[in-house]
Design a protein around this ligand. Structure first.
Ligand code: HXC
Ligand code: NAP
Length: 274
């Protein structure tokens, strides 16, 4: 079939959808006429995003403030979306936390915080959303990271969490695939004008090192990510499930490379251990 990107009246839920990459994805679905619901911790960010979704062309838009670390709050939030919009066609789980820190200098709670947001948050969203998914035909998209398969100095917490996210994707594509539910992960490279890229490449020099290491010669855009998520949510991807797809300009065919080494060296130079 031809690529069909009409999401009129489709129900799309984006958890962690109030800034950066995930907000770009939510706005892209809105501009294709979907009913879009977003969630994150900040009510102000939720309200701002809902207004933007309406302006972008969403048939309807709504939001809720909750923390993905609280399974009951996630369940209540998704039930509210389901009551208002009906069964979910697309469920996107993208809430995440990240900070560069060497494992030797990270508290146990710091490590656990990222596991709780990225990994536990993903399973909370998927389990709470399970009852509300359209069968057959629903598409779940987990937003992963290259840390899932490339070890990065200063990123032990994210590496562990996102590897878990991708294995949940693969495993539940088996368990839920029999019900006609597709599940995929999308791996952004360095995406310009986002919190994640700003945290890992905070200086012009670090940013240039990233650009220099991307075979396609540029950072990614939120539109690059939105296009992949639109495809995975569409019927054009009806035979795509259980995959982990990079949207990274081929960056991670190089591994973490010089950029990863530089980040490790910088963190060690700042270390209290000297
Ligand atoms: C060491 C740190 C730290 C740092 C926090 N902690 N920042 N440890 N270095 N820079 C420790 C704290 O001391 C605390 O441990 C524990 O982590 C929890 O910190 P809180 O501030 O209490 O957590 P919380 O308020 O829940 O905030 C979570 C957060 C925060 C992850 C720390 O940064 C956040 O809300 N982030 C959301 C936005 C975000 O990170 N976006 C980027 C996603 S990009 P103790 O022991 O003191 O209690 C991404 C991949 C990008 O995920 C990949 C690019 C290629
Ligand atoms: P971002 O702007 O910080 O987006 C994170 C979103 O998640 C926000 O809406 C945030 O809103 C929400 N969130 C964070 N913690 C939450 C929690 N505990 N409960 C509920 N919501 C929470 O980050 P981004 O850089 O665009 O990253 C988006 C996704 O892409 C993440 O999964 C990240 O791992 C992945 N990624 C990004 C890059 C990149 O280059 N940016 C690269 C690889 C992977 P609140 O603050 O209101 O909660």
């Amino acid at each position: 079939m031809a690529l069909e990107l009409d999401f009129a009246d489709k129900v799309v839920v984006v958890v962690g959808g109030t800034s950066g990459i995930n907000r770009g994805v939510a706005e892209a679905y809105a501009s294709h006429g979907a009913k879009v619901a977003v969630a994150s911790r900040s009510q102000d960010k939720v309200d701002d995003t809902v207004a933007a979704l309406q302006a972008a062309g969403a048939t309807q838009a709504m939001g809720a403030a909750f923390d993905v670390r609280d399974p009951q709050a996630v369940a209540d939030g998704l039930a509210g979306f389901h009551n208002a919009f009906g069964d979910f066609d697309v469920l996107i789980s993208g809430a995440a936390g990240n900070f560069p820190a060497l494992a030797s200098e990270m508290s146990v709670n710091a490590f656990k915080t990222v596991i709780d947001i990225d990994l536990m948050g993903t399973i909370h969203v998927m389990k709470a959303g399970y009852a509300f998914l359209k069968r057959p035909g629903a598409s779940i998209i987990n937003i992963s990271a290259p840390q899932a398969f490339i070890p990065y100095e200063g990123q032990a917490h994210v590496c562990a969490a996102k590897a878990g996210v991708d294995q949940i994707t693969r495993t539940l594509s088996l368990e839920w695939g029999v019900e006609g539910i597709r599940i995929n992960s999308v791996v952004p490279g360095f995406i310009d004008e986002t919190e994640g890229a700003d945290r890992l490449a905070p200086t012009p020099q670090a940013r240039q090192a990233v650009v220099d290491s991307v075979p396609l010669g540029r950072m990614g855009t939120k539109t690059d990510m939105a296009n992949m998520c639109l495809f995975l949510g569409s019927d054009a991807a009806s035979y795509v499930s259980g995959t982990v797809i990079n949207v990274d300009g081929a960056l991670y065919q190089r591994g973490s490379g010089q950029f990863g080494q530089q980040m490790g060296a910088m963190l060690r130079s700042m270390s209290s251990r000297g």
